[in-house]
Design a protein around this ligand. Structure first.
Ligand code: GLU
Length: 469
C-alpha cells in the first residue's frame, strides 16, 4: 500500500476555533497512526479576508496541541504559477472553454430558471459542441474559463463518514475555474494541490461535500484518480440569546467559539484537548479518557460518527481534570509555573509536590496555580471564614502552635505531632484548630490535610501568617 498522505488546509480568515482544529486532528492522527505524512496547506487565496496573523495563530494552536506537520506550510498564493500551468494544460486538452456570459445575463438566466421553478445553473451557452453555433464573441470582454463537466452518468464516492454518495452529472453545471484576469478559482487550486501533494486521504468538514463531485471530475480530467474522502459532521454549540433562550447551532467565530489558544491560557492541557476533540466525532468503544499514544494506536476512519457532535464545555473540563490528576507532578509543575509567572510569581522546587497535593481538587492549571500562589504570595483570608474560625477562644491555641512550629523539625510527622500537642494542651478537637490555621495559611478552610499543607510552606511564612491571629 502507498504511504498515507493527509493534509489540513485551513483558510486563514479570523481565529481558529475547536470546530476548525478538529479538521486538523483527524488527518494528523490518521497520518501518525499509519506511519504517513501530514501536510499543512494554507488556503489564502481570499486576499481580502486572509492574514498572516491568522496563519500564525493556526500554527501556534497546532504546535500547542502537538499536531506537528511533516511538510509545509504551503501557501496557495505562492503556487499561482503552478495553477496557471495546469490550467494551460487543461485548455490545450480541451477540458475548458471560454465563456463570455456577462453578470447581467447570468442574473437574467437565474431569474428565468427560478420563475420556472428550476434549479439555477449555468446553461452551457458557450460550451462548444459539434455542429453548435456559438454566440458572437462580444468585443472588449474578457471571458471566464469554464470546466467541461462530463454530461450524463454519475460521480460517486464511498465517503468514510457518510457512506456511498452519488451525484448525477446533470446536477452539476460547468464550473468557472479561471476568472477573467486568469486567476484560478478555489476548487481547481484544491485539486491541483491534492494531486501535487499526492494526498491519499482528504479528511475535512462536511461543508465541502458539495465541492467534492466537482473536484472528482477535475481530478479525472487531469488523468488522476481522486483520493479517499471523509467528510466530518459539523461541530455544534449551544448559545444563549439576549432573551435567555438556548439555541444549538454550528460552532463559528461569530457564535460563541473561542480561539484554540485561549484554552491554553485558561489552563487546559494539550493531551486533554486532543482526547476531548478526538471524541467529538469519533469513538473507540466506550473509552472516554485516553492518552495521545492510545488515541494514535486506536485511530482509524471506520469509527467516525455520522451525526453532528455538540461541544460541551463542562465535559471538556471534566476530561481536563482527569488528565490533570493522571499527569506527572514534575511535568504539571512546568505548566503551573507558566501560569504563576503570568501573575508575576516565581515558583521554586516545592512546586511539583504542591501540584501533587492539590491536583485532585482542580480541573485546570489555572485553578491549580491559584492554590500554589498561596505558597509564594500573600493570601487574603476569606472574610466569612475568618470570622467563623479564627475566634478569640482559639487564638491562644494558634499562638501556642506558632511557638511550637518555631523550632520543630519541618517534616509531616513532626508537624502533625506539634498540632496534636497544641490541641491537647488547649482541650480542643482537631477541626477547632485545623480550620482557623488553614484559613490563615491558605485563605480558606477547605484544604488538604493540615500537616501536608504545612510541610510544603516555608517556616517563616507560616510563623508570619499565624502571628497575625
Ligand atoms: N480551506 C478550506 C476550509 O478552511 C478547506 C478545504 C479542504 O480541506 O479541502 O474550510
Amino acid at each position: 500500500m502507498s504511504t498515507v498522505r493527509t493534509r489540513f488546509a485551513p483558510s486563514p480568515t479570523g481565529f481558529i476555533h475547536l470546530g476548525n482544529i478538529r479538521s486538523a486532528l483527524y488527518p494528523w492522527a490518521f497520518a501518525r497512526a499509519n506511519g504517513g505524512v501530514f501536510i499543512l496547506r494554507i488556503e489564502d487565496t481570499d486576499l481580502e479576508r486572509s492574514s498572516q496573523a491568522a496563519v500564525d495563530v493556526i500554527i501556534e494552536g497546532m504546535r500547542w496541541l502537538g499536531l506537528d506537520h511533516d511538510e509545509g506550510p504551503f501557501y496557495q498564493m505562492q503556487r499561482m504559477d503552478r495553477y496557471k500551468a495546469v490550467l494551460a494544460e487543461m485548455v490545450a486538452a480541451g477540458h475548458v472553454y471560454p465563456c463570455y456570459m456577462s453578470m447581467a445575463e447570468l442574473d437574467a438566466l437565474r431569474e428565468r430558471q427560478m420563475a420556472a421553478k428550476e434549479k439555477p445553473r449555468y446553461d452551457g451557452a458557450w460550451r462548444p459542441e459539434p455542429d453548435k453555433v456559438l454566440p458572437p464573441v462580444p468585443e472588449g470582454v474578457k471571458p471566464v474559463l469554464r470546466f467541461k463537466n462530463p454530461q450524463g452518468g454519475v460521480v460517486a464516492w464511498e465517503d468514510k463518514v457518510k457512506g456511498l454518495i452519488e451525484i448525477r452529472n446533470d446536477e452539476l453545471d460547468d464550473l468557472v475555474i479561471a476568472r477573467p484576469d486568469g486567476t484560478p478559482t478555489y476548487n481547481f487550486c484544491v485539486v491541483v494541490d491534492d494531486i501535487d501533494m499526492a494526498i491519499t486521504h482528504v479528511i475535512r468538514g462536511d461543508d465541502h461535500v458539495n465541492n467534492t463531485p466537482r473536484q472528482i471530475n477535475i481530478f479525472r480530467a487531469l488523468g488522476q484518480e481522486p483520493p479517499i474522502y471523509a467528510h466530518l459532521p459539523t461541530v455544534m454549540t449551544e448559545t444563549v440569546d439576549e432573551q435567555g433562550e438556548k439555541h444549538v447551532s454550528k460552532m463559528s467565530k461569530r457564535n460563541g467559539a473561542k480561539p484554540v489558544t485561549q484554552y491554553r491560557d485558561e489552563g487546559y492541557l494539550p493531551d486533554a484537548m486532543v482526547n476531548y476533540l478526538a471524541r467529538l466525532g469519533w469513538s473507540h468503544g466506550d473509552d472516554e479518557i485516553f492518552s495521545r499514544a492510545q488515541f494514535l494506536d486506536w485511530f482509524n476512519l471506520d469509527h467516525l460518527g455520522r451525526s453532528a457532535a455538540q461541544f460541551d464545555e463542562a465535559k471538556l473540563r471534566w476530561v481536563n481534570a482527569q488528565h490533570l490528576k493522571a499527569m506527572d507532578d514534575g511535568a504539571l509543575s512546568t505548566l503551573v509555573a507558566e501560569q504563576l509567572a503570568k501573575a508575576g510569581i516565581k515558583a521554586d522546587d516545592r512546586l511539583p509536590a504542591i501540584c501533587g497535593l492539590f491536583k485532585d481538587r482542580c480541573d485546570t492549571t489555572v485553578a491549580l496555580a491559584l492554590w500554589a500562589s498561596a505558597f509564594y504570595a500573600p493570601v487574603t483570608p476569606n472574610a466569612d471564614e475568618l470570622t467563623q474560625h479564627v475566634t478569640d477562644a482559639v487564638k491562644p491555641a494558634i499562638q501556642a502552635l506558632a511557638t511550637q512550629l518555631g523550632d520543630c523539625a519541618w517534616d509531616k510527622a513532626s508537624l502533625s505531632a506539634a498540632i496534636k500537642a497544641a490541641i491537647t494542651a488547649h482541650g480542643l478537637k482537631m477541626p477547632q484548630l485545623a480550620m482557623p490555621v488553614r484559613v490563615l495559611l491558605m485563605g480558606t478552610a477547605q484544604t488538604p490535610s493540615l500537616d501536608a499543607v504545612l510541610a510544603l510552606h516555608n517556616r517563616e511564612t507560616v510563623l508570619q501568617r499565624l502571628r497575625i491571629a
